[in-house]
Design a protein around this ligand. Structure first.
Ligand code: BTN
Length: 287
C-alpha cells in the first residue's frame, strides 16, 4: 500500500502533511486516476482534495448549470458534519469522507427512502471490496453497524427543491483504517474495517465500488421507488422485533420496531398496541 509518488505530489502541491503524521507510516493516498480506473460508470466528475472543512459543505456551495453527478473526497475534514449538528471525526488519510451531489425529478417528500438505500449501497460496496464474516447491519435510518458498533454514517442535505425536482448532497463517512480515537472525540461504540479485518484496506478501491453501486441504486430509485429495495433493507434491519427508543421532533417514544413502510418510514408498535409511522428521528436499542 506504499504509494510514495502520490505522497510527494500531495506534499508539494496541496497543504502540508499534518504535524503529527509520521513519514514512516505506509499511506495509500486517495487518487482520482486509481479510482477512475476501477469504475464502470464513467460519466461522473470526481474531485479529490487534501483538506476541506467538509465535503458536504463544499458541494452544497458549488453551482453548475448541468445535472451531472459530482463526487468530492477529502483526505481530512476540519469540520466534518454528522447528523443532528454533531461533528464527524475525520483524521488525515485514515477513512473515507465522501460526498455526492445529484438531482432528482421528485419532490422532497418522495425522497423519504433515499437515506435508507444509501445505507444499503454502503453495505454492498464494503461487502464487495472488504468481505467479512460479520454481517453489516443498518440501524434506521442509515447507520451501518457491525456487532452494534458504528462503521459508517450518512448525512443527506437538500441543496435546492421545487415541487417536482430537487438536488441533494449525500455525505458518507466510512471508518476504514482508523484504529483509535479518544472517548471525548467519538462518544459512541465504533469500529473500522482495519479493526474488523486485521489489516489496512484500500480506500481507493472502496471509493470506486461505492460510486458504482451508489450510482446504480440511485438510478433504480429514480425510476422506481424505495419499495424495490425493501426486502433487501429488511434483511439488514438490526432493530427488527427489538424494544427501541426513538427521538423524533424532540419527543421520546419507546416501542417494538416493526420494520419500515413502503416509503422507508419507521414502524413502531407503541405500548398501547398502536402502530405509529415516523419519517425522521434517531433510534437506539433498549437494553
Ligand atoms: C452521522 O452522523 O452518522 C453522519 C455522518 C456523515 C459524515 C460524512 S463524512 C463525508 C460527509 N461530509 C461531512 O461533513 N459529513 C459527511
Amino acid at each position: 500500500l506504499l504509494v510514495l509518488p502520490a505522497l510527494r505530489r500531495w506534499k508539494k502541491g496541496f497543504v502540508d502533511l499534518p504535524k503529527n503524521h509520521s513519514s514512516d507510516d505506509t499511506v495509500e493516498l486517495l487518487d482520482k486516476d486509481i479510482i477512475q480506473s476501477h469504475l464502470h460508470h464513467q460519466s461522473i466528475h470526481i474531485d479529490v482534495f487534501g483538506e476541506l472543512e467538509s465535503t458536504n459543505t463544499y458541494l452544497m456551495k458549488q453551482h453548475h448549470e448541468d445535472t451531472l453527478s459530482r463526487v468530492c473526497l477529502a483526505e481530512v475534514q476540519t469540520k466534518g458534519k454528522g447528523r443532528f449538528d454533531r461533528r464527524w471525526h475525520s483524521p488525515f488519510a485514515k477513512n473515507i469522507y465522501f460526498s455526492l451531489s445529484c438531482s432528482f425529478s421528485k419532490s422532497v417528500s418522495q425522497l423519504s427512502g433515499l437515506s435508507l438505500i444509501v445505507g444499503l449501497a454502503v453495505c454492498k460496496a464494503i461487502d464487495a471490496v472488504c468481505p467479512q464474516k460479520n454481517k453489516l447491519m443498518i440501524k434506521w435510518p442509515n447507520d451501518v453497524l457491525v456487532d452494534q458498533k458504528k462503521l459508517s454514517g450518512i448525512l443527506i442535505e437538500i441543496k435546492s427543491n421545487t415541487k417536482d425536482a430537487c438536488e441533494v448532497v449525500i455525505g458518507i463517512g466510512i471508518n476504514v483504517n482508523m484504529e483509535n480515537a479518544d472517548k471525548e472525540i467519538i462518544n459512541q461504540p465504533w469500529t473500522s474495517l482495519k479493526t474488523l479485518l486485521g489489516q489496512k484496506q484500500s480506500r481507493n478501491q472502496l471509493c470506486a465500488a461505492l460510486i458504482d453501486i451508489l450510482l446504480d441504486d440511485l438510478n433504480r430509485f429514480k425510476c422506481e421507488s424505495f419499495f424495490c429495495f425493501m426486502n433487501e433493507w429488511n434483511k439488514r434491519d438490526v432493530l427488527f422485533g427489538h424494544s427501541i427508543q426513538l427521538l423524533s421532533n424532540e419527543k421520546v417514544y419507546t416501542g417494538i420496531e416493526k420494520g419500515v413502510s413502503q416509503q422507508g418510514h419507521l414502524l413502531l408498535q407503541l405500548p398501547s398496541g398502536e402502530l405509529k409511522t415516523f419519517a425522521s428521528g434517531e433510534t437506539s436499542l433498549l437494553k
